[in-house]
Design a protein around this ligand. Structure first.
Ligand SMILES: [Fe+2]
Length: 456
């Protein structure tokens, strides 16, 4: 009735999944999802059941295919939810941002290295999808890394396959069964200990840089430090989580924060120069965020409210005393965080998707639309923005003064062009029309179309 060998097999298999599942979930880079087939392929090659070439090609495509799935999942779900357990090791906004900073600082090299460590790579793939890191570049770098790490695991499999004996199989079984039991016991022990020592655990989590739990009265965050300082410590990266509306539609209980660029400061050359971007992002934009949070010290009931809710209905929720400060600085924070997203490197061209269709049907073509937008941007007296907005069912081109947002008048901003002198003066001096003409080369129409979709 009972087959002892089979039962032993089930126990060791269960142990394997407990052991590696827990380590995997903790973010430790261990071979779980895809390196096991590689080891198996290596073993099959060693036993003459598969040719090396077939095994290598199958494994490589398997890895890349798996990454495509993870990337797509990150892209699809990363925008909507804040936690995706076991995908990307508890992907959170802070972790997405951390990966974003890594990409920004080290480029595709980090993808190549990350591939060597399965756990880190899983998080990177999902985060890349969530922040829409250049997919083609990512896959090429990851694919090259896969050749190296995949080769390693196939060699491991080859060695195991060649040396596999009954005795060794039994030893593996015992190892996984015992390891699984120990891991499960340790996990349960940790849960119980954590319940008893909650304050200590919270402190450790805080020090290690995990996400702080949402608090109704979360303190305002300061953001006036130079952006590069965000690299200096994980804690700061966590505490300057990206602006909520860039990542998720869910309301946040934390204050408005500076949203890091998804590309290096010099990525928009020659259209916008590095120094302008550094000052624009690191000083002007950061100052809007800081001053907004400061203004809210007099209206703590607004802390944690999404910025678009505070700005809505001509700032109806905002007390009279701080209305001007919130209009200027809240508007500035919102406008700029949108601005960084709708521009980017390797962009430009013509509008795409449903937005492209709407522009054609509304304005009679892209050129007509551009002309209208250029006029709005050029003729905006003093400082302000030109906007493409959606109001009701229609799209329109408008311009607004200072840091006023279309949200204040009930419209949805799709793209906006900052025509404050701080946005262009270093390179273009008084030649605003030249800056406007150059700007079309960096408009991220894909992102604009996504925003348009969100306004539907
Ligand atoms: Fe600006």
């Amino acid at each position: 009735m009972f087959n002892i060998t089979k039962i032993q097999g089930w126990i060791s298999a269960g142990g394997y999944f407990v052991l590696f599942g827990l380590l995997f979930a903790c973010g430790l880079g261990l071979p779980l999802p895809e390196d096991i087939p590689l080891i198996a392929a290596g073993a099959l090659v060693a036993n003459g059941k598969m040719s090396l070439l077939v095994a290598a090609i199958t494994a490589w495509f398997g890895i890349i295919g798996g990454d495509c799935v993870l990337y797509t999942m990150g892209k699809k779900f990363g925008l909507e939810i804040t936690r995706v357990p076991f995908i990307g090791h508890h992907l959170t906004k802070a972790r997405i941002q951390r990966v974003q900073l890594l990409f920004e600082k080290y480029g595709v090299g980090v993808v190549f290295i990350g591939r060597m460590f399965a756990g880190i790579r899983g998080a990177m793939v999902v985060a890349a999808g969530a922040i829409r890191y250049n997919f083609a570049t990512f896959i090429v770098a990851d694919g090259l890394g896969a050749v190296v790490s995949g080769g390693f695991f196939m060699l491991v499999g080859h060695w195991l396959g060649k040396n596999l004996t009954e005795e060794k199989i039994i030893r593996f079984k015992h190892f996984f069964a015992a390891g699984g039991i120990v891991a499960a016991a340790a996990f349960i022990g940790w849960i119980l200990w954590r319940r008893r020592h909650r304050p200590v655990v919270d402190h450790v989590i805080k020090v290690l840089g995990a996400d702080p739990p949402p608090q109704a009265s979360a303190p305002n965050l300061t953001v006036d430090a130079p952006r590069s300082a965000a690299y200096a410590s994980d804690r700061q990266v966590d505490s300057t989580c990206p602006d909520i509306h860039s990542i998720t539609k869910e309301p946040s209980m934390s204050a408005v924060t500076v949203q890091p660029l998804a590309y290096p400061f010099d990525a928009l050359e020659p259209y916008i120069d590095k120094q302008t971007m550094e000052i624009h992002h690191g000083k002007h934009y950061a100052a809007y965020v800081t001053n907004y949070n400061k203004a809210l010290e007099k209206a703590p009931q607004l802390v944690g409210k999404p910025l678009h809710e505070v700005l809505a209905n001509n700032l109806a929720l905002v007390p009279e005393e701080i209305k001007t400060a919130v209009r200027n600085n809240g508007g500035g924070a919102h406008n700029h965080s949108l601005f960084w997203q709708i521009i980017g490197p390797k962009a430009g061209g013509s509008p795409v998707g449903k937005l492209g269709e709407a522009i054609t049907s509304t304005f009679g073509g892209f050129d007509n639309f551009k002309e209208k937008f250029n006029t709005a941007a050029t003729t905006r007296f003093g400082s302000g923005w030109a906007w493409l907005i959606k109001r009701g069912e229609k799209i329109e081109v408008i311009s607004l003064p200072n840091q006023d947002s279309p949200i204040m008048e009930g419209a949805f901003p799709i793209i906006g062009l900052d025509v404050w002198e701080h946005a262009y003066y270093l390179k273009y001096q008084n030649r605003r029309p030249e800056y406007i003409a150059a700007w079309w080369n960096i408009v991220n129409w894909k992102e604009a179309d996504t925003r348009f979709g969100r306004a539907m």
